[in-house]
Design a protein. Sequence first.
Length: 418
Amino acid sequence: MQTTFEQLYKRLSKAAVQNRLAQELQSIGQTDFDAHQLDCLFHPEQHPPVWRIGPCDCGRDSACACQDVCLFDALKQDENGNMVVDKDLCVGCHACVEHCKGRKLVDSKDILPTMKDIHDGTRPVYALVAPAFINQYSEAVTPGKLRTALKKLGFAGMVEVALFADILTLKEALEFERTIHNDRDFMLTSCCCPVWIAMIRKIYHTLVPHVPGAVSPMVACGRAVKQLVPQAATVFIGPCIAKKSEAREPDIADAIDHVLTFVEIQDMFAYAQIDPAACEDDARDHSSRAGRIYARTGGVSEAVESTVRRLHPARGVLVQSVQANGVPACRELLKRVQDGTVKANFIEGMGCVGGCVGGPKALIDRQSAREHVNRYGEQAAYPTPIENPYVIELLNRLGFETIDSLVEHSDIFTRTFE
């Protein structure tokens, strides 16, 4: 009887976490398994963020929407009628996985290469946690306890990506000040959701000039860690599959080595028999409210608006924002922007309903997650990055002498959209 993908994934992932992968591979030498599945698990970077794990005739089934639901035309039929995923077109929006009746599509898994880097011991491996992380592993798991739990897995440390959301908020606020001068100007946020950016670049390309050249907080965090610790490996942890695709884009592939979901980390804790709630609380507090609320819809707009007001309280043109939740709503909003019927100067889109808290690999429902994010934001010592001394200290360590230099010469936080 052939080993299923889930069985293979669980066996090898558990063995990798427990540092006995070589022995486990020997034990399955005679087992009937799919070599393609094995290659996906060992080399996820060579495959799209969504994998086909077996033959399926969804292409012949008009009732199956996995091909039709893909906004980016990444699913095609091969000569046998099976659905195949185009690595160059797939952005990891996860819609096809949810709609495939054959259940032959799964999201990419990065546990094996991550644990290889950890167990090799040749470089420190840092966990970079998305702003949506708060209370994902129960309300008893504080950020400090999660940091300790991740260190027990072998990570050298944990960095909250919200601190870099602070920096990108500041950058976008400065961009807003420089580019928005009247009611005809508008700006599309560039620094959060990879599905939103992919829609603009691949479908609504005429809007690209309105997107400021900024990397995402994930990329900013990865690059900063590697600049401060040149030999480091970086692992982003969040609720998103699309981040696995973003991390491999050629112009920003220098930032992140692996991307794990909250679900993958939960599996790793279970395999290592680590209870995060029982861990010691390694409490540290670096991000402002602005960076923490990036995890939910409207957070980016609110963060940029509050920062613009803080930079210049008497500014004539203030942020007038509009947001969209989920791919259909984002598509509709971008059509309206293109048609000139949107009366706003700051446009925010989130590929998941509710924002990142509604991501496909979140562990709790999006409403509860939103409430946790809002509460965590209110607990922040600083309302915006302007007041946050950690932002200024970090920028100085990265070579930025002034805040304005974030816009003037900021290779580490900038990318060119085409």
